[in-house]
Design a protein around this ligand. Structure first.
Ligand code: NI
Length: 385
C-alpha cells in the first residue's frame, strides 16, 4: 500500500484534528493548547516527544535501524490576529484569532506523516518532526534555534511545506535557489513640537514631516536599489495625533521591506535612515529608525529541491509537479533554519480558496493526505535501507 493509500484510511481522523485546531487558533509563541495536542498525538503513536523547544515548540523523534542519517520535517502552528469571516461550522471560537494561513493544515499534515512513519515507516535513520511556534513574524524559528534545535536534534537535511491557494489539490510546486523574500519590519519615530492646531507657528509638525518622509522613502527602491534586484518598501501604518485641534509631539511611520538578497536589505535600511533623518532635520524635527530583520531570504538547496520534487513526482506523477516556481515576495521564517541546515520548501495545492491572510481563507482538508504522504514518501526515499 502506498503512503497516500495508507494515509487515506485515516484521513477522517486528520480532518477532525485540523478542524479542531481551526476552531481554537492561538497566536505565535502562545500555542499551548495546540502544542499539547501535538505532543499527545505523537506520544499515542509511540514517538519520543520533547516539549518547550523555543517556548511552545514541540519536537518528535522517530528512530529506525541504526538511527543513521537524520531528516527534519517542519510545520508551523500559529494563527493570525484577525477576525474570521466564514460561516464554517468549525470557525474560530477565539475572537480576533484566525487560522488564516493554513498552519492548522500544516500541523495536521506533519502529524499525518508522523503517524504513517510510526506505524508503517520502512526506513533506516532518524526523523525529527519539528512543530514550530510563531512563524508569523514573531520569531518562532529563531526561538527554536536559540534553544539548541539542531544541537539537540541534529539534522542532515530539513524540509517544510506551505499550502498554495489557486493551485489544484494534489499538485506541488517548488523552485531552486531564492524562493521567498527576506523581510524586515520598521518603525520611524518622528519627534517635533506639539502646539494648538490653530497656532502652527508654535509647532514643529511631526505629521507633515511623516508625510514627507513617507513620500521620500519611495525613492529608495526606485533610485538606490539596482534595477536588476527585486525589492519592496511599503509604508503600511502612520500613527500620530489624538484631537482635531492639537498638533501632536510625535508620529510613527511603520512598514515592511522585502528583498531576495541580504545586501539589498542592508541597502534599504541604510537609505531609510539617511532619508528619515535628513528629511526630519529639514523640518526641524528628529527621526529615529528601528529596523528589524524578521525573515532571512528563503533559499532552496538545489539537491534537496530535486529530492522533494522527485518524491512528489513519485506520489502524484511528474505532470503535477511544477519544478520551476517563480520566487515570491512573501516571507517565511523557515529560512533561518535553512541558513543552518540545507533543505527545501515546497508548496502543496490548496485548490480554489481565498488567499492566505484573507478573512475568508480556509485550508483544504483534501490537501492533507497529499502533504502527509509527501513527507512520508520523502523519508522512505531519502532514508532507504
Ligand atoms: Ni503561512
Amino acid at each position: 500500500m502506498s503512503a497516500l493509500d495508507a494515509i487515506a484510511t485515516y484521513a477522517d481522523d486528520l480532518t477532525a484534528i485540523r478542524r479542531d485546531l481551526h476552531a481554537h487558533p492561538e497566536l505565535g509563541l502562545e500555542e499551548v493548547r495546540t502544542a499539547g495536542i501535538v505532543a499527545e498525538k505523537l506520544k499515542s503513536w509511540g514517538i519520543e516527544v520533547h516539549t518547550g523547544v523555543g517556548r511552545t515548540g514541540v519536537v518528535g523523534v522517530l528512530r529506525r535501524g541504526t538511527g543513521g542519517p537524520a531528516i527534519g520535517l517542519r510545520a508551523d502552528m500559529d494563527a493570525l490576529p484577525m477576525e474570521e469571516e466564514t460561516n464554517l461550522p468549525y470557525r474560530s471560537t477565539n475572537p480576533g484569532r484566525m487560522h488564516a494561513c493554513g498552519h492548522d493544515g500544516h500541523t495536521t499534515m506533519l502529524l499525518g506523516a508522523a503517524r504513517y512513519l510510526a506505524e508503517h515507516g520502512d526506513f533506516n535513520g532518524t526523523v525529527n518532526f519539528i512543530f514550530q511556534p510563531g512563524e508569523e513574524g514573531v520569531g518562532g524559528a529563531l526561538a527554536m534555534l536559540e534553544d539548541g534545535l539542531f544541537e539537540r536534534f541534529p539534522c542532515d537535511a530539513i524540509y517544510a511545506m506551505h499550502n498554495r491557494p489557486g493551485m489544484p489539490v494534489g499538485q506541488f510546486c517548488i523552485g531552486k535557489g531564492p524562493s521567498a523574500a527576506g523581510g524586515a519590519f520598521f518603525d520611524i519615530t518622528i519627534t517635533g513640537k506639539g502646539s494648538h492646531g490653530a497656532r502652527p507657528e508654535g509647532s514643529i509638525d511631526p505629521l507633515l514631516t511623516a508625510c514627507h518622509i513617507t513620500t521620500a522613502l519611495q525613492s529608495i527602491v526606485s533610485r538606490n536599489v539596482p534595477p536588476a534586484d527585486t525589492a519592496v518598501l511599503s509604508v503600511t501604518k502612520i500613527v500620530g495625533g489624538d484631537a482635531y485641534n492639537v498638533i501632536p509631539q510625535t508620529a510613527i511611520i511603520s512598514g515592511t521591506c522585502r528583498a531576495f538578497r541580504k545586501e539589498v536589505m542592508a541597502q534599504m535600511e541604510e537609505g531609510m535612515k539617511r532619508v528619515a533623518k535628513g528629511v526630519a532635520e529639514g523640518f526641524g524635527a528628529t527621526a529615529t529608525v528601528d529596523f528589524r530583520l524578521i525573515f532571512a531570504p528563503l533559499v532552496n538547496d538545489p539537491d534537496h529541491t530535486d529530492a522533494i520534487a522527485d518524491a512528489a513526482a513519485a506520489l502524484v506523477g511528474e505532470a503535477k509537479v511544477d519544478r520551476n516556481k517563480a520566487p515570491g515576495m512573501g516571507s517565511e521564517d523557515f529560512s533561518f533554519m535553512m541558513e543552518k541546515v540545507p533543505g527545501a520548501y515546497i508548496q502543496v495545492g490548496n485548490g480554489d480558496t481565498a488567499m492566505p491572510h484573507n478573512p475568508a481563507y480556509n485550508f483544504s482538508d483534501e490537501a492533507t493526505p497529499y502533504g502527509a504522504a509527501l513527507f512520508a514518501t520523502l523519508v522512505e526515499r531519502r532514508l532507504a535501507k
